[in-house]
Design a protein. Structure first.
Length: 189
């Protein structure tokens, strides 16, 4: 049985939500087609004290969504061309979000192949934050969407996770000691 995650799931400490998202299924409905992938890699980002987090620049209009409410979608561009998908966590007023770094495609795989372009191997369809957004047709129009609504959501399909690897987050070397926090969570193969 598929069970959608509720706002209560997201309204918890980010460092609890992030590993709990592993094994959950990201679902996006596009023109009647359901695209879905099992989450296999995420990164946690905290509030203003976390120098790797957009919330550390809380005057930024882009980062305001990280302060709640929980269960909202936060999408932004990196390098001006790759979308990144996050889910807002914590209680309303406290910044936090989880970046979805990779999913294992489950439903709508043929459409994901079309979205990514010909010649993309199945194992590479959604194995990075930009790739998963392209495969699942997630873009800036999804920013501030409600993850407890009918457009994009997470559900529990009972997938076992097994061992979880914790490592420092990727691409945040500028963040000093915060770059070394082991807040990247990945399902071990």
């Amino acid at each position: 049985m598929n069970r959608r995650l509720t706002r209560e799931f997201f309204g918890r400490p980010t460092l609890e939500v992030a590993p709990d998202m592993l094994g959950k299924v990201l679902v996006h409905r596009v023109e009647g087609v359901g695209l879905a992938g099992r989450i296999v890699e995420v990164e946690a980002y905290l509030g203003p004290e976390d120098l790797a987090s957009h919330a550390s620049r809380k005057t930024s209009k882009r980062a305001r969504i990280m302060f709640g409410p929980p269960g909202m979608v936060y999408v932004y561009l990196i390098y001006g061309m790759h979308h990144c998908l996050n889910f807002v966590t914590e209680n309303d007023g406290t910044a936090g979000a989880v970046l979805v770094r990779a999913v294992e495609p489950l439903d709508g795989i043929e459409q994901m192949r079309l979205n990514r372009g010909s010649g993309t191997a199945d194992r590479s369809l959604a194995d990075g934050p930009g790739k998963l957004c392209q495969a699942m047709a997630i873009n800036l129009t999804h920013n501030r969407a409600d993850a407890c609504g009918d457009r994009i959501w997470l559900e529990n399909r009972g997938h076992a996770v097994g061992r979880v690897e914790r490592t420092p987050r990727i691409g945040v070397d500028y963040a000093g000691k915060w770059a070394q926090k082991p807040w990247r969570f990945r399902v071990e193969n």
